[in-house]
Design a protein around this ligand. Structure first.
Ligand SMILES: Cc1cc2nc3c(=O)[nH]c(=O)nc-3n(C[C@H](O)[C@H](O)[C@H](O)COP(=O)(O)O)c2cc1C
Length: 172
């Protein structure tokens, strides 16, 4: 599949089959994130794989954005490792680094017949407390992953609604 076709194949999935994600597929997804670029190659991303019954119960209790996925990735960056831009005090690349890593994983998952949801509609505190994340770990997003339910896991109408290039792009 070309990269463009793969991008078209991806959509936000909010209902998954009970089918488990094969360990080799999960590892391939995680490795796709490992090769992502990060600022100064500091690689501050820390990815928690939530797939135990206990972990899934915790994340589902903390947010409904985990839906019924058999695996939920929790993406964080470690502020002891992240790049701080000295020319722009107060700026660090953590959210950007993690977003690239998560995008790599999202597309790799799609190529393997899985679907994902990028989710940020939770209260950070609820998840941080549920998993007792240390202070230096910053939660960026969570990503449910699994095989889409062929009926309830179809793309939502929003998937097909994109603004025109004219609205989004300005040539200077
Ligand atoms: C930063 C970000 C946060 C999002 N948070 C949520 C969320 O909390 N819950 C949800 O159902 N979808 C969430 N989404 C998914 C978007 O709603 C979805 O990508 C958008 O509607 C386009 O649909 P598509 O992904 O199917 O193309 C989020 C997406 C992004 C990029």
């Amino acid at each position: 599949m070309s990269v463009i076709d793969l991008m078209k194949e991806r959509y936000s999935c909010r209902c998954f089959l009970e089918r488990q994600v094969e360990p080799e597929k999960l590892e391939a997804v995680l490795n796709a994130g490992r090769i992502a670029p990060t600022a100064v190659n500091y690689q501050p991303q820390r990815v928690y794989v939530i797939q135990s019954d206990e972990g899934l119960a915790k994340i589902r209790q903390a947010t409904r954005m985990a839906f019924n996925a058999p695996v939920v990735l929790m993406f964080c960056y470690d502020d002891r490792v992240v790049w701080n831009n000295k020319r722009d005090p107060g700026y660090n690349s953590g959210e950007m680094d993690v977003s690239i890593v998560a995008t790599h994983m999202m597309l790799a998952a799609t190529e393997l017949g899985l679907q994902t949801l990028w989710a940020r509609g939770y209260a950070t505190k609820d998840i941080v407390e549920a998993f007792n994340l240390p202070e230096h770990m910053h939660l960026v997003c969570i990503m449910p992953i699994g095989y889409p339910d062929p009926e309830k896991g179809k793309p939502s109408p929003k998937h097909f609604d994109r603004r025109s290039l004219e609205e989004q792009v300005t040539y200077l």
